[in-house]
Design a protein around this ligand. Structure first.
Ligand SMILES: [Zn+2]
Length: 157
């Protein structure tokens, strides 16, 4: 089962696909510039993440047919119609919008996306789009954990 992930940018990337290698190169350059300019994890990006959270709650709260709960800094909205999220679920700001793909592993994955939202603010969807639609090569999915996100099988331990 393919579960949690993450951004509406995933859908956009299907419509407007950047050649993967070009997108990843652009992403690398942009991330380097953002880090150097101390843009990341700034009050501006935190404000962007909060704005995204408010927007996601405006979708998640009225549409949720299931339990809405706060789990370790993540607001989980279940029972949403399929059009309201991508793949198994979508993380927008601090809100995880899903049908019912919820497990400790998936939530751990989504919490990394929450941190990514805080780090890059409203630039995050654009950066995610540049990282490409293939989760196995997407910088942000790899950082969040491909196994936890359900993109690769758990390795035997
Ligand atoms: Zn993800």
């Amino acid at each position: 089962m393919r579960s949690g992930c993450c951004l509406y940018a995933h859908r956009v990337s299907r419509i407007a696909a950047v050649p993967p290698a070009l997108g990843r190169l652009a992403l690398k350059i942009i991330l380097a510039v953002l880090e150097r300019r101390e843009f990341v994890n700034s009050p501006l990006t935190e404000a962007g993440a909060k704005l995204a959270t408010v927007g996601a709650l405006m979708i998640g709260l009225p549409l949720s047919q299931g339990r809405v709960e706060r789990v370790d800094g993540l607001i989980v909205c279940r029972g949403l119609p399929k059009w309201a999220y991508a793949r198994g679920g979508t993380c927008v700001g601090s809100v995880y919008l899903t049908g019912n793909v919820v497990s400790d592993r998936v939530l751990r994955h989504e919490r990394v996306h929450v941190d990514q939202w805080k780090k890059y603010g409203l630039l995050f969807p654009i950066l995610y789009w540049l990282a490409g639609s293939d989760p196995l090569k997407n910088h942000f999915e790899i950082e969040a954990g491909l196994e936890d996100g359900g993109y690769v099988r758990r390795s035997a331990r």
